[in-house]
Ligand binder design. Structure first.
Ligand SMILES: Cc1cc2nc3c(=O)[nH]c(=O)nc-3n(C[C@H](O)[C@H](O)[C@H](O)COP(=O)(O)OP(=O)(O)OC[C@H]3O[C@@H](n4cnc5c(N)ncnc54)[C@H](O)[C@@H]3O)c2cc1C
Length: 366
């Protein structure tokens, strides 16, 4: 019996599980290792905060998906790899042997890069912890008018979370801190300016061209010495790599992300595959759920070929991803390369895409 371990229930791996549910691997025992029995879909997280979705609408239940695929579900967090013995070390002390390993564990938030971040910040990842802390923030803000919040990080996720929080908590003093002149760095200028105007209109204080230096119990210290008062500080500072891949001896890029070739195999250990934000592709792409989902079918295909002795296929991600950014009011902004649009219909479009994605992995959606 051959052994395949899927480490992490991220976007690419739910697609792999779906593929295995349609066609199982012959003579292969497959194990999914995940610290939580569900995968919260980040694309719908701002909608949950805004009150447009129940949390259950945003979560893929992993054990039933694994069961349909004939995959054993093990609830644990991978904390290291023994690549010589081919074992995954888990946080419960167990070691799971494998012949092939596929990693889709997503990014982390580098909360420790800001002094006091680990003690006083609310990192967006792990999303399970973030959800608990957002619930606590909503409860605190509803009970205490002195409650306030600041969000560090003004990419698409930071902007969406700010607008969603505003929709949920109309009077909460709220600031968005970014290192660039305008929010949504990297997206079309028209969209950046639109986001800036939206922040003003929703009474979200925009603090641009500033870096957060430290977080304490009262708020955030910026690099110009300014202090932004906030009882809750959210860290949405982009994707950082976990430490264990590099520590385990896998080849990584300078940021610690697992280097993979066009077949999604590790460049140092061909029996290890990686996809999603934890991977550094041969042809790099921005960290995004869209690219993680797109990597799912070629990953499933190459795992099958690898295990059954076929020739692996080369894959290259599409050049562009569609960005859909909800604005908390059942409207959304969209960007495709240099093009941008917005409107209520854009939100309905996003809602349809997100619900269709979730239905694909739910028992009822089949
Ligand atoms: C608020 C927000 C909104 C976003 N909206 C969008 C959007 O609309 N569109 C878009 O394209 N991108 C969006 N993103 C980015 C998107 O979330 C990521 O790019 C995407 O989640 C990456 O997918 P992944 O499969 O690599 O990892 P993840 O989705 O993070 O999945 C990783 C999984 O692995 C598990 N895991 C983690 N560590 C371990 C471990 N050590 N052992 C075992 N399992 C582990 C996790 O619990 C998780 O289930 C958003 C991000 C945020 C924060």
């Amino acid at each position: 019996m051959k052994r395949l371990v899927l480490l992490g229930g991220g976007h690419a791996h739910v697609v792999v599980l779906d593929a295995l549910a349609r066609a199982r691997l012959p003579d292969t025992e497959v194990t999914l290792i995940s610290p939580y029995p569900r995968q919260i879909y980040s694309g719908m997280l701002p909608g949950w905060i805004a009150g447009h979705y129940a949390l259950a609408d945003t979560a893929i239940a992993l054990p039933p998906l694994a069961e349909r695929a004939g995959v054993r579900f093990k609830q644990a967090r991978g904390v290291g790899l023994d690549l010589d013995a081919r074992r995954v070390r888990c946080d419960d002390g167990s070691e799971i042997p494998f012949d092939w390993l596929s990693i889709d564990t997503g990014p982390t938030t580098a909360s420790a890069r800001i002094a006091g971040g680990t003690d006083h910040g609310i990192p967006v990842r792990p999303i399970e912890d973030f959800v608990t802390r957002i619930d606590a923030l909503i409860a605190a803000a509803s009970a205490d008018p002195a409650c306030s919040a600041a969000i560090i990080g003004s990419g698409a996720a930071g902007v969406e979370l700010a607008l969603a929080l505003r929709a949920r908590l109309p009077t909460l003093p709220l600031a968005l801190i970014g290192s660039t002149a305008l929010p949504l760095d990297g997206l079309p200028g028209r969209l950046q300016r639109r986001a800036r105007r939206l922040l003003d209109a929703r009474h979200i204080r925009w603090i641009g061209q500033r870096r957060a230096k430290a977080i304490d119990t009262d708020g955030v210290w910026l690099d110009d010495g300014q202090h932004v008062r906030a009882s809750h500080v959210l860290q949405v500072t982009g994707a950082a790599a976990p430490e264990w891949p590099a520590q385990s001896g896998l080849a990584t890029d300078a940021g610690g992300f697992i280097r993979v070739g066009p077949t999604l195999q590790s460049t140092s250990h061909p029996f290890v595959f990686a996809a999603g934000d934890v991977a550094a592709y041969a042809d790099p792409r921005p960290k995004s759920g869209v690219f993680a989902v797109r990597a799912g079918p070629p990953l499933a295909d190459n795992l099958r070929r690898s295990i059954t002795g076929g020739t692996l296929q080369r894959w290259q991600a599409q050049r562009r991803a569609l960005y859909l950014i909800s604005t908390g009011d059942r409207r959304a902004l969209a960007a495709w390369g240099p093009l941008s649009i917005e409107g209520a219909w854009v939100w309905r479009w996003k809602d349809r895409i997100d619900r269709a994605f979730m239905a694909r992995f739910s028992q009822h959606g089949r």
